[in-house]
Design a protein around this ligand. Structure first.
Ligand code: SF4
Length: 559
């Protein structure tokens, strides 16, 4: 089976030491990306770690396909113990980082410890340098990129960085790359902030060569370049009206399912503001959305659909320029747009201020700096909803993505059991339910499909293939590219989900955490079906007997 190559690089931000570990056997068993990072995290992050303690670790990992020039592979994985869920999360970002990362020769970067001073870490193919950057305290993500460009001649495609939100330990702070691409969900930006790591740069010239079969590599590239999908023009916003028509676009902090001003914030409205094409490295599909409003000068990349929901319909805001402003603020300050938007919507609900876009933008800035009410909101909805007097629309502390589980019941089940909480990318039953391949009504009998979707997405984040490439990087092509049959690939995905779950079990997660803030049919019985399909106990626990076959030997004693 194809797998990523190169050693693990461990950087201790407190001790300012580095260590290289050959992990070829781990990579052979786990391929790369999310699976490799999850295996390492499972073994190396203490089960009782404080998410903000020096013992927590952040993993940035590549898959093997990032060593190729295939479309849909301009992405990287990040994994760590989340301050939002208190469990293990993996998150995935595009941009141009992946090729610069593999050019350093490493397969995984592990950051541990805690620096006394605000720190930049420079990873190259000849070594690692540490740089105190006190002048970057409070700097935005673009200001940090500019500094790295001015002082090190490295553009934002070479960097991961946090903004003020990460420094201030906002529980949904993101790690940004290329200024506008977010490792968004789960607050790993705050984990880097707790380590006083402002920025990591990657620069090198030793990418190991990778031969992948052609076809299908060139076929995928050609089909991506020739596609006339609406998504190529409008990105994820292309489905906004369709989702609204299917009563799955949560509105006014979940009061409703459809938004009367959807046309003003949907795909056509976004496309009207798009001024050029945008892509990730090597991707001919180029679905990104650089947008500009000539009248106001507001410029951003995006908004993507989930931001249109979180800062549009969910807040009762029907102006795409307001959504663009909020999107740019979140990117600049370093925050997940979904969690930030839902948290702001919760505040607007508590104050009766739906539609007040100026207040929403002011709140985003206050959250990033923990100023005034921002101190409360920076903790996220699960921790502040009581004080606000609103319902807790989260699962495992993660604010809901759109695609309403009250209408798409299989997606609701997915939100309930997902290790990452209420996130739509963990298992996308929504696609099957929108298309009618699955009846959106009911949850019983959907567990096997849910398991298959979770495994598929876990492997996709391992390979690493973009979620928007499923129609091009088909299951058959995955088999050819990875030189393995589909069942073997899915086994890697399944082990990843099991390890995440086992880690979370050790931190006290069980059936009581697999719950929704609303009722859908037969949820408890369908959760039992899901546990049975996974081989877990009635309480949602991974049996210890399953562990030996799950976790490859990655212990630090080999060093
Ligand atoms: S499909 Fe879009 S998001 Fe995915 S790699 Fe290509 S440009 Fe990036």
């Amino acid at each position: 089976m194809l797998s990523a190559t190169g050693p693990l690089l461990t950087v201790d931000a407190g001790e300012r030491t580095t260590r290289e570990t050959v992990i070829d056997d781990v990579l052979e068993a786990t391929v790369g990306g999310r699976a490799t990072a999850t295996a390492l995290a499972h073994e190396r992050i203490p089960f009782d770690a404080d998410p903000f303690g020096p013992e927590n670790r952040v993993y940035l990992s590549t898959g093997p396909l990032q060593q190729s020039q295939m479309s849909f592979t301009g992405r990287m994985n990040m994994t760590g113990l989340s301050p939002l869920t208190d469990g293990l999360v993996s998150t995935n970002a595009g941009g141009y980082l992946s090729r610069n990362f593999v050019a350093t020769g490493y397969s995984v970067l592990e950051v541990t410890g805690e620096s006394d001073e605000l720190l930049a870490i420079h990873v190259t193919d000849t070594g690692v340098e540490f740089e105190d950057v006190p002048e970057l305290e409070g700097a935005t993500v673009p200001e940090t990129s500019d500094y790295m460009s001015d002082h090190h001649d490295l553009g934002p495609e070479h960097c991961i960085a946090i903004g003020p939100a990460g420094e201030n330990l906002v529980r949904f702070a993101s790690v940004m790359t290329f200024d506008s691409r977010a490792f968004g969900r789960g607050g790993l930006g705050a984990v880097l902030g707790s380590k006083n790591v402002k920025c990591v740069t990657f620069d090198g010239d030793v990418a190991p060569p990778l031969e992948i079969p052609n076809p299908p590599e060139m076929e995928i590239h050609r089909e991506a370049a020739q596609s006339d999908d609406r998504m190529r023009r409008q990105g994820t916003t292309g489905g906004t009206e369709f989702i609204n028509d299917n009563f799955s676009l949560p509105t006014r902090y979940f009061e409703g399912y459809e938004f009367e001003d959807v046309a003003a914030i949907g795909g056509d409205a976004v496309e009207e503001k798009k001024y050029t094409k945008g892509a990730c490295s090597a991707c001919a599909y180029a679905c990104k959305l650089p947008t500009r409003d000539e009248a106001t000068g507001v410029e951003t990349e995006g908004p993507e659909f989930e931001t249109v929901y979180a800062f549009g319909s969910l807040q009762g805001v029907g102006d795409i320029v307001d959504v663009m402003r909020a999107n740019e603020l979140c990117d600049t300050l370093g925050m997940d747009t979904i969690s930030a938007g839902v948290t702001v919507a919760a505040y607007l609900a508590s104050e009766g201020e739906f539609g007040n876009a100026a207040l929403a933008q002011d709140l985003v800035e206050k959250i990033a700096t923990r100023d005034g009410v921002g101190e409360q909101l920076a903790e996220g909805v699960a921790r502040c909803h009581d004080e606000l007097g609103v319902e807790d629309y989260t699962v495992k502390g993660v604010e809901f993505a759109a695609h309403d589980g009250r209408v798409l019941h299989g997606q609701g089940l997915s939100y309930a059991v997902a290790n990452r909480g209420a996130d739509h990318m963990y298992a996308s039953l929504l696609s099957l339910e929108y298309s009618g391949q699955l009846d959106p009504q009911g949850t019983l009998g959907k567990a096997e499909t849910l398991v298959a979707e979770e495994n598929h997405n876990a492997f996709r984040d391992t390979g690493i293939v973009c979620a928007f490439g499923d129609d091009y990087v088909t299951d058959e092509r995955l088999e050819t590219l990875f030189d393995a049959d589909y069942a073997a690939l899915m086994e890697v995905g399944a082990r990843t989900v099991q390890l995440e779950r086992h880690f979370n079990n050790q931190r006290g997660f069980d059936r009581d955490d697999d719950e929704l803030p609303y009722e859908i049919p037969d949820l408890e019985d369908s959760i039992t079906e899901y546990y049975d399909a996974r081989g877990w106990s009635e309480d949602g626990l991974v049996p210890e007997s399953a562990l030996e076959s799950l976790a490859p030997a990655t212990d630090e004693s080999r060093e």
